[in-house]
Design a binder for this molecule. Sequence first.
Ligand code: HEM
Length: 172
Amino acid sequence: MLKGAPQSRFLMLETTMYDYAKLLHLIAGIVWMGGMTFMLFALRPAAIASMEPQPRAVLMGQVWQRFYTLVLVAIVVLFTTGTHLYTATFRAAKAATGTGSVPLGWNVMLVLGVTMMLVFGHIFFAGFKKYKRGIAAADWPLAAKAGGLIHKMTLLNFTLGWLAILAVRLLR
Ligand code: HEM
């Protein structure tokens, strides 16, 4: 056997696991960001332009119910793969140089990513729960208020998501 062969096999395995984690991370990010893009710029304006407020409120409730299940899965995937990408690189840098360090953009992504997850918690528990209560009780003003909050928080998360992606690509 060639000298060093087992080590290079090990390195290949490490690289592959990192690649899979990054692929899953990208897929989850695309699902979340793409869903917000569709909702903010296609579904919502089209529903406002073509539907009466009450059936529109029912439709948006059904849409959010389904989309938020996907977002919850995306959050679990983004968090587990993101922390893996971060810590694996941090540990490798520490082993190689004695000090663990990652690019600035990665720290920005960590902070903005966790903020997005907390904002989503607010959307889900403060916005969507109230929205559903409003629809069930035919309390349209309550549903409209909660819907407004959901819209604003979604715009915030959309902005934070793009800032995080720009940071991870551009900040060294
Ligand atoms: C706990 C939260 C997060 C952590 C710790 C994290 C960590 C990371 C790290 C370390 C990378 C760089 C991997 C590399 O270049 O090899 C990365 C890339 C990326 N992340 Fe995150 N992330 C988080 C949340 C998010 C969120 C919420 C999104 C989008 C919605 C996102 C989208 C992306 C994308 C698109 C890339 C790929 C950039 C590229 O191709 O280089 N991440 N993430």
